[in-house]
Structure formats: C-alpha cells, structure tokens
Design a protein around this ligand. Structure first.
Ligand SMILES: *Cc1c(COP(=O)(O)O)cnc(C)c1O
Length: 485
C-alpha cells in the first residue's frame, strides 16, 4: 500500500515528499492522507516495552514510503529525538483518581475509590519545553533530507508571538541547505520566550525583532508569501501547523501512551488542550489507524469556537480574547479543515463552500456531519479563573506543578470524569508545556516559581543575537537578500 496526499480543496494526489515540502496546498487547502494504514492488535502488542523511537518508526513508516527508505526514516527519527531531555521522550505520569464529583464543584475531597484513573502525558521534554518540539524536530530533519536530495536550498520564514518560533528554530538549527528567519514583535515577548530564540547562535538562524505588533510581523510574512517572485527568489517555505508531517508525527505519542496503558486490550481516552486542532486531530488519526481510543476531548480556553461548534453545530468566528494559555488563543482552528473534509465524505467542493462562508463569518454543519463529530469528540472549556484553580488544585492535592495549557485540559477532564461510571476508561491529559514556561500563572496559582530544567538554567545569562527592523517590506527583503545564497 502506498499512502498519497490530497488537498482538502481538491486536485491531484501527491507523495509524502511533495506534501512535506509544499506545506500548504497551492489552492489554499491542507494535505490529508488518502488512506490510514492499520495498526492491528498483534502490532500493538509487539510495541509493548518498545522505545518511543521504535513506536515512531512503526507508526510513520507506511506514511512516508516510498519517499524515504526505512533506514533513512530511522536516522531521521534518531536525530529528531536525540535533543530531548527525558529518555522516554513522552513519559506518562500517574495523577491518581479524578477527584471531583458532579455534586461537588471544587471537590478537594470528593475522591471515591473507583474514580477514573487520570494520567498526564508529558510532552514538554524537548528543547523549547512545549509539545511542538515533538513534531518540529522531526519536520526539520525531513526538510533537510529532502532538500539535500534535490541539491536545493530553502528559507523557512515565519512570525511568532513566542512559542512556535522557538520550536521551529530548535527544529532547523544547524541543518544544511536550510536557513530560518523568524520575526517577533520587538520588546513584546517575554524575556524567556525571546531568549529561547535569540540565544540560538547557529549560522543558519536569523532572528528579527520588528518594531510593531505580532500582527505586523504576520502581515509582513504574508506579503512575501503572496509574491511568487519573492517566494521563488528566496526559496520561501513555512513550518506552521498546517504541514501534514506535523500531524503525522503527533500520532506517535497517542500510540505510545495507549500501549503503555494496555492497548489493544484496554481502550483509553485523551483530553487535549486545543488551539489550531492539530494535536487532537492526530489523536483522531491514531483512532483511524485502529488504535482503541474510547474518547477524544477537545479542551479550549475562553476562545471556544470548537466547544461552541459541538454544542450548536455552528462554526463561527467570534474575535480573539487573550488568556493565560496564549498558545490556544485562536479565532479559527486551521487544522479543523482536515476533519471537515472527512465529515463531508472527502467532498472538496463542500469544504471550499464552507471556507468561503467562514470568511464571511461562519457556517453550519449539516446534521449527519454534526452527529458524526459528536460521536467522535466531546468538548469542554475552562476560563482563566478555572485554569488558575486547576493549577492550584493539582499542586495541592497531587503535588504536581502544571502549566496553564495543561490546566485547561485537566479542568475539562475532571468536569467530564465527574459523570463517569465505575468502568470508565482511563483519561490521559496531554501536558503540552513545562510549567517553567509560564511562571507567572503558576506562581499566581501556587505561590511557587517553577524552576527551568537544568539544560536551560543559564538561559538568562546566554549571549543573544538578533536584528531589529521597522515593520516594512523593504527592511525584511534586506534581511533576506543578505542571507548566504
Ligand atoms: C500550540 C499549543 C497548543 C495547541 O495545540 P494545537 O495543535 O494548536 O491545538 C496547546 N498547548 C501548547 C503549550 C501549545 O504550544
């Protein structure tokens, strides 16, 4: 079987290499696999006790053949996860029983002996302390390999308000054939966020502080991407969350966690702090591969377009509110388009119509599609007060410090588990960032300042390098012109 990739907005199927290098399809769509290789029970049993890298190989091999030989894929995986600070890459931590009950909103001592088992899946042991490292470390290695094969050069260009930029830089640093240029708003990111980018001194890393807002940065990047001459001249490419390889890489930790908790004999549920829907979509793709997943929960902060969709059937824009979990502050979830394509029975024309309606404000899911969505996903949201309360409860009752994104998911998981029966499947809460990445919220909730892990302990003393430019296109072109050809 060979997996091919098609755009959610129609057109020819292409292979893995083409889909990775393209990122976004030329027609504005997102690439999705034409089929899902199956992980049968024997294969899952065979993964018991296997390393994360071995699980990654088993999951990814059928998606990348024949673009990569098996030995090439193994090398890519080894290199990608060699930068992690934990030998298990994505360790599970037992949290004990869900302690809230339906009757007891805040339930410190509502624990019952047969409450649902909760686990944290720690996805923050990569170089920038957030789960995006799991996908971007792999994507950087894939880019480098495909470019080397073509004898080409590419420039990754992106804008960041903090988080994605550092993970992209960490994924691309030092790779041959690749430069990376990341714009951030000058003096408007936290010092830790800026330093995670600007202290990376590899020759192919170019940080640019723009005198302006994050929106100004993004507008500059978009202007260049919209110009075919500039795209070709600078070999521009993007590594944002729309790249298919990122979603595929994220399937791995669902399989790794489920096997550790007893798959294929026992099914588990996952509760996922969600912004652009890439992470939870990977869980759905794991389920389509045959992984026994008893439920997927979409956890949102006050920016709850997905929770509203599940409740009402309407997908409608509603502005963006800043919250304590900024990486989930989105107006629309770009990866939702991939699920929409599936819900429409792979009908690209229906997706195009919905996306045009979204530009005008929103659209309604047809009833059968809404029913299918509700059969596959539950949803809940937690506002900033609930987030702070969840961080505080988790520290006090379980002795574990969690970051605000994880706290959104834990709160939603506890809300949901409050109505569980005695035989409910265990709930795995995805822990997407290290608490030290968001020290202010953690301190507010617990009075404790979480320390940076040892490999970043001297971050505030390291040397920085970055350029500062005005928010105009000529200045950015000047930066790109100065790159080595
Ligand atoms: C990006 C991010 C999320 C949201 O992930 P999506 O794939 O966009 O849904 C959640 N938590 C953290 C810490 C993130 O950086």
């Amino acid at each position: 079987m060979t997996v091919r990739y098609v755009s959610t907005r129609g057109g020819e199927a292409i292979d893995f290499e083409q889909a990775v290098l393209a990122g976004l399809a030329p027609n504005g769509g997102l690439y999705v696999p034409t089929e899902f290789p199956q992980l049968d029970a024997a294969t899952l049993r065979g993964l018991r006790g296997a390393s994360y890298q071995e699980v990654a190989f088993t999951v990814l091999a059928p998606f990348v053949r024949p673009s990569l030989r098996d030995d090439e894929l193994r090398a890519v995986i080894e290199a990608a996860y060699s930068t992690f600070a934990h030998p298990e890459i994505a360790p599970l931590r037992r949290l004990g029983k869900a302690t809230r009950t339906a009757a007891d909103g805040d339930g410190a001592d509502g624990a019952s002996a047969d409450g649902t088992e909760l686990h944290l899946l720690e996805l923050f042991h990569g170089p920038t302390l957030a789960f995006k490292d799991l996908a971007l470390q792999l994507l950087g290695q894939l880019f480098a390999r495909f470019l080397a094969r073509r004898g080409g050069h590419a420039t990754v260009l992106g804008a960041t308000s903090g988080d994605t930029g550092s993970a992209a830089i960490a994924g691309c640093r030092g790779l041959p054939g690749l430069d990376i240029v990341i714009l951030h708003p000058h003096e408007r990111t936290s010092a830790v966020q800026r330093r995670q980018m600007t202290t990376v001194l590899d020759a192919n890393v170019h940080n640019v502080a723009v005198r302006g807002s994050f929106d100004d940065c993004q507008a500059l990047v978009k202007t260049l991407f919209r110009d075919p001459e500039a795209r070709a001249r600078f070999g521009l490419t993007a590594v944002n969350s729309i790249n298919t390889a990122r979603v595929l890489a994220q399937i791995v930790y669902y399989v790794y966690a489920a096997v550790a908790l007893g798959a294929p004999e026992r099914a588990v549920r996952f509760c996922v702090p969600t912004g652009n829907f890439g992470d939870v979509l990977a869980g759905h793709w794991a389920r389509r591969m045959g992984l026994p997943v008893a439920g997927l929960v979409v956890a949102t902060n006050a920016n709850d377009i997905l929770a509203r969709l599940l409740a009402t059937g309407r997908y409608g824009k509603d502005g963006v509110q800043p919250t304590l979990s900024p990486s989930m502050d989105i107006q629309v979830s770009s990866n939702f388009e991939r699920l929409l394509f599936e819900l429409h029975g792979d009908d690209a024309a229906a997706v195009c119509a919905d996306m045009a309606a979204l530009d005008r404000g929103g659209f309604d899911l047809p009833l059968p599609a809404l029913a299918a969505l509700r059969a596959g996903f539950a949803a809940g949201s937690a506002d900033d007060d609930a987030t702070i309360a969840a961080i505080g409860r988790c520290a006090r009752d379980r002795g574990v410090l969690i970051d605000p994104h994880t706290a959104v998911a834990l709160d939603v998981a506890e809300q949901l588990c409050a109505t569980d029966g005695p035989d409910a499947a265990p709930m795995v809460v995805l822990s997407t960032a290290h608490p030290a990445k968001f020290p202010d919220a953690v301190e507010r909730a617990t009075g404790q300042v979480p320390p940076l892990p040892s490999h970043l302990a001297d971050l505030m003393q390291r040397q920085e390098r970055y350029a500062v430019i005005d928010a105009d296109e000529a200045a950015l072109r000047g930066v790109l012109d100065a790159l080595p050809a």
